[in-house]
Design a protein. Structure first.
Length: 159
């Protein structure tokens, strides 16, 4: 399955220009910013905040179950999956990393990308829903890899 990570604003523009057959979407927002107008019929629209502490507005096991159910209905060989959130940097990459891992693909393309900062709470809860084991050490290591990629990019930009 090809996964495209994007901001909602960019997805709205991109999806106007391409054939949307076989494109599915997971759309996440903290705001109600007309996300329903993204022109894809088969989409899962979610509303939760980009926070890493458990609260009434954070990612939850119930939301993870909705994603799991949605993903299980997709055709891994044919479908393209847009995952977009307000900025496309935290919640979307966390979900993409879990899906890649669930499908036996390399999730390090997410963790090593300095443009992404996967939300650890989203990743941890969704992995648990998918039956993927994580230890606190493995989560810290993933965060370290991601932080290191950003520091490396900042350092090379200053030269």
């Amino acid at each position: 399955m090809k996964i495209i990570i994007s901001s909602i604003k960019k997805a709205k523009l991109d999806l106007k220009k391409i054939n949307i057959n076989n494109i599915k979407a997971i759309i996440i927002s903290s705001y109600n910013n007309d996300i329903e107008i993204i022109p894809i019929e088969n989409k899962l629209v979610l509303n939760f905040d980009d926070i890493t502490e458990i609260s009434s507005s954070s990612f939850s096991p119930l939301i993870a179950k909705k994603i799991h159910s949605f993903i299980d209905k997709l055709d891994v060989k044919k479908d393209k999956l847009y995952i977009c959130c307000d900025s496309g940097e935290s919640r979307s990459p966390a979900i993409a990393a879990c899906i890649l891992r669930k499908n036996g693909e390399n999730e390090n393309q997410i963790w090593r990308n300095y443009n992404y900062h996967p939300n650890i709470l989203v990743y941890k809860i969704l992995c648990k829903e998918f039956g993927l084991h994580n230890t606190n050490l493995s989560l810290k290591y993933k965060k370290y890899i991601n932080d290191f990629a950003l520091k490396k990019k900042i350092k090379s930009s200053k030269k």
